[in-house]
Design a protein around this ligand. Structure first.
Ligand SMILES: Cc1cc2nc3c(=O)[nH]c(=O)nc-3n(C[C@H](O)[C@H](O)[C@H](O)COP(=O)(O)O)c2cc1C
Length: 209
């Protein structure tokens, strides 16, 4: 089993990487392969809301999102890491996730989804709540930890001093590995992911035209 950890910071080896690495190492120690993917520091185009993905199964903007999208079946779980900017997850990662979930969300149901956030000082819980919305609307299985998945720091050295934050990352790694093994054991015993009903879609009251 394999988990992709997506570093949504413009810093390849910064605080977010440090937190994700703690999760990744714990996953590996518990028998789960872990790959860290950095989204880079270049511009990431926003979702155009054009609907191309609904008919073509991939994003009209052919970049890193589609490269990972083409590999979705390789992974049993996804863990996204975000730096906190103005009390929310940085725009780069939410932009990336908007397009990834809109294009590939149908293939993510039943997989494990989680996030970790890092702030120098404040805004972690608001960012954590925001990112969890992606997993919960996609029927992903969200593992908990011993605290909300956050670390504090401006440099990786700061994060290494956040002992509780790092422990929270390790607990997340262990809990993720456990859930993946439970899902696998369930499948082997014939427990399948529930079949979906045909989707009902309303704009609050009236069926959409
Ligand atoms: C535009 C911007 C806004 C930021 N806003 C916040 C904030 O609201 N709260 C906070 O504690 N830190 C804030 N920071 C600090 C970042 O959260 C911190 O630099 C980042 O999490 C470090 O992770 P990294 O090394 O992986 O980039 C901000 C940084 C930038 C560049």
């Amino acid at each position: 089993m394999k988990v992709l950890l997506v570093n949504g910071s413009p810093h390849e080896n910064g605080c977010v990487h440090t937190s994700l690495k703690e999760v990744a190492d714990t996953l590996e120690e518990n028998g789960i392969s872990a790959e860290i993917h950095w989204i880079g520091k270049g511009d990431i185009a926003g979702c155009r809301g054009c609907g191309y993905c609904k008919s073509k199964g991939k994003c009209v903007i052919d970049d890193d999102v589609n490269s990972i999208g083409a590999r979705v079946d390789e992974f049993d779980g996804f863990i996204f890491g975000a730096p906190v900017y103005y009390s929310g997850p940085a725009g780069q990662i939410t932009t990336w996730m908007d397009r990834f979930f809109y294009s590939y969300g149908g293939k993510l149901a039943g997989k494990v989804g989680a996030c970790v956030v890092n702030a120098r000082r404040g805004g972690n819980t608001a960012s954590f709540e925001r990112l969890n919305q992606y997993f919960l609307i996609t029927s992903m299985v969200v593992p908990g930890s011993q605290y909300w998945n956050q670390t504090h720091g401006l440099t990786p050295e700061d994060v290494m001093k956040d002992k509780e934050g790092l422990q929270t990352m390790r607990t997340l790694g262990r809990n993720t590995a456990w859930i993946l093994k439970c899902i696998e054991a369930g499948k082997k015993s014939g427990v399948e992911f529930p079949a979906k009903e045909p989707k009902i879609s309303t704009n609050f009251i009236m069926p959409k035209e």
